[in-house]
Design a protein around this ligand. Structure first.
Ligand code: SF4
Ligand code: SF4
Length: 314
């Protein structure tokens, strides 16, 4: 595809986060694309999952309808309901399919829209603002989500155009995307962060909504067809799902033949909890926490198979 066509390609972006040091080498700008084929119970970005813009309500920021009625006046669909205490309830059956002018009218960020249509050129103009940091730190752009490769044409256009602008690229993927999209993206990638969550497909499906076969097949494609592309396989360690030495050893055994692949485990956290409430959703994991003593044991289980290929998160 030509440069002009790539620059004008549009997709749905829900966040751009600067100065990250956890999502690939060096200092990076993370571009989050909306939509995911999985519905992991522990997802810390619930606003990423649906493939359409979503309205969220942050009651802590709302001035309340006792002082401000701008959103009520802006909504032509009667989707905002006044509650007795002056706060709002979003009638989600009525809400949507509109210009989301309520959020635009809000002076306090009480209403937020997750998901904005942006062009590749728009996105890369933001990414390029930190080009000096990338050069000094060997950093660059990381595409994340959701699953960024679900918006396959948009993701590929961002990666191609970033390559033209000499920005190094990485992707964070759950592996649940078309194999052809993955191959196309791989030509323009410098680094891949690939989630491997569980080797038992029934357990994987029960907790993420999909079996693991296609994900593992995509991992093999990437590792075997692109042996020069560095891959960091990552496992989010989730209480009651994969926080056992057996589960980690099974993943490490799968990774063992791919000698250039490194491995990292990330302990479960509850940072996304508030966003579930903004979206009127109940956090599926409740109050569960991870036993702090488990990580060193899991590290040792992985190191027994992968040795120095296991890295500790920064
Ligand atoms: S997103 Fe649209 S329908 Fe929903 S509350 Fe806002 S203006 Fe009304
Ligand atoms: S416009 Fe914003 S601050 Fe005003 S009532 Fe609506 S959500 Fe609250």
């Amino acid at each position: 595809m030509g440069a002009l066509e790539d620059k004008q390609k549009k997709g749905l972006v829900f966040n751009i986060q600067k100065y990250s040091v956890h999502d690939g080498p060096g200092i990076r700008t993370i571009v989050f694309l909306k939509g995911c084929a999985l519905s992991c119970r522990w997802c810390s970005n619930p606003e990423s999952q649906k493939r359409r813009p979503e309205l969220a309500y942050n009651v802590g920021r709302c001035l309340t309808l006792n002082k401000c009625v701008r959103c009520l006046e802006a909504c032509a669909r009667g989707a905002l309901i006044r509650q007795d205490d002056g706060t709002l309830r979003i009638d989600r059956d009525r809400c949507g399919d509109c210009a989301m002018s309520c959020a635009e009218a809000c002076p306090a960020q009480g209403l937020i829209v997750y998901g904005q249509e942006r062009t590749v050129d728009d996105v890369l103009k933001v990414v390029e603002q930190d080009a000096a940091f990338y050069t000094r730190s060997s950093g660059g752009l990381t595409l994340s989500g959701g699953e960024p490769l679900l918006q396959g044409e948009f993701a590929a256009a961002i990666l191609r155009e970033a390559r033209r602008r000499r920005i190094k690229t990485a992707v964070e993927t759950c592996g649940m995307a078309s194999s052809d999209t993955l191959r196309e993206a791989a030509h323009y990638l410098n680094y891949v962060l690939f989630d491997i969550k569980h080797m038992d497909t029934a357990v994987h499906e029960a907790q993420t909504g999909v079996p693991n076969g296609h994900i593992l097949e995509n991992f093999r494609i990437l590792a075997e067809e692109f042996p020069d592309l560095p891959i960091l396989a990552r496992t989010p360690v989730i209480p009651g799902f994969n926080d056992t030495e057996e589960a980690v050893a099974a993943i490490a055994t799968f990774l063992q033949p791919f000698e250039h692949v490194r491995y990292e485990m990330l302990p479960y956290h509850r940072l996304g909890t508030q966003k579930y409430h903004f979206l009127d959703r109940t956090p599926p994991m409740g109050d569960v926490t991870l036993d702090k003593n488990i990580m060193p044991r899991l590290q040792r289980a992985a190191q027994a198979v992968l040795h120095e290929r296991v890295q500790i998160p920064r």
